[in-house]
Design a protein around this ligand. Structure first.
Ligand SMILES: [Zn+2]
Length: 68
């Protein structure tokens, strides 16, 4: 059984790189039993998605040069 510290570290790593099956299993098993890590995981994923969307918007800014 991995500690919460291990799991949150793995979750953070998983945002930037692909985790091994064993690592993903460890996270999955842990979050089934640990609500704080489950919250951490969903928050991290939410922030990650939000950040990705923000970066996407930065690159797709419409040209506001239509002055009359
Ligand atoms: Zn935990």
């Amino acid at each position: 059984m991995r500690s919460c510290r291990d799991i949150t570290a793995l979750v953070s790593q998983g945002l930037d790189k692909k985790l091994s099956l064993g690592e993903r299993l460890a996270i999955g098993l842990h979050v089934m039993m640990c609500s704080s890590c489950r919250n951490f995981q969903s928050q991290s994923q939410f922030i990650r998605r939000a950040a990705k969307g923000y970066i996407k918007n930065l690159h797709h800014q419409p040209d506001n040069k239509t002055e009359t």
